[in-house]
Design a protein around this ligand. Sequence first.
Ligand SMILES: NC(=O)c1ccc[n+]([C@@H]2O[C@H](COP(=O)([O-])OP(=O)(O)OC[C@H]3O[C@@H](n4cnc5c(N)ncnc54)[C@H](O)[C@@H]3O)[C@@H](O)[C@H]2O)c1
Length: 246
Amino acid sequence: MLKGKTAVITGSGRGIGKAIALKLASLGANIVVNDIPSSAYADDTAEEIKKLGVEAICVKGDVRSKDDVDNLVKTALDTFGKIDIFVNNAGITRDGLILRMSEEDWDMVMDINLKGAFNCIKAVARPMMKNKGGAIINIASIVGVAGNAGQANYVASKAGLIGLTKTTAKEFAKKGIRCNAIAPGFITSDMTDKLSDEVKAQYFSAIPLNKFGTTEDIANAVAFLASDMSGYITGQVINVDGGFVM
Ligand SMILES: NC(=O)c1ccc[n+]([C@@H]2O[C@H](COP(=O)([O-])OP(=O)(O)OC[C@H]3O[C@@H](n4cnc5c(N)ncnc54)[C@H](O)[C@@H]3O)[C@@H](O)[C@H]2O)c1
């Protein structure tokens, strides 16, 4: 389905990003893995992807840095000649109630989750226009749709990412570039492993499908939005959350 396509996925050394990279590779895409410069696992992820019979490289860099992002896009283009699919997946949490949230924690989450995606969209838009199209997929969160006490910075960054998705879709639709977001619910991963059993139980009781999501659930939705099967879909947010928010 994606044979000959090139996909760049930020924060894809582990977790949801890695699952997305493996899924797109299993459908034939060549992959550019990205993760923070100090990542101990991103190189291994690229090696694992190569075993699926596609080409893969690892380009480390911090999405907050315009220079790092420009280098990520340039290296992808130098290696594969084009970028067809770009997934803004890199993201962090620094949770706390508003009255206790430090300015540093607010800034860091906004910088990585929202400004990072802006840096990437800005860098990849021109090459995609030159290539007469592309698919940008932003990994938001269901809390960016519904709000969540204790996550003001994260929620604001993900709600902002949804706004950025719709604006990107409108600005580039005529150039053949589609931009959509996925809003995952509670997905079993390193990010959610650190939550208390009490918080996990609260989420669980509110999920109609009666199970937590997997990284593969998100990867499957990304594969759909990355492929021509979603060719008439842009500016949308798909909730992948077991029915948590309807
Ligand atoms: N796990 C969930 O339940 C859940 C739910 C909703 C949304 N999400 C979103 O999905 C995405 C992936 O989450 P995950 O659960 O796999 O988290 P994770 O922490 O397991 O993986 C995130 C990856 O992003 C990388 N990263 C962090 N900062 C970066 C930066 N500045 N530049 C480049 N890479 C950076 C990390 O090193 C890590 O490898 C995030 O955007 C997250 O907000 C996750």
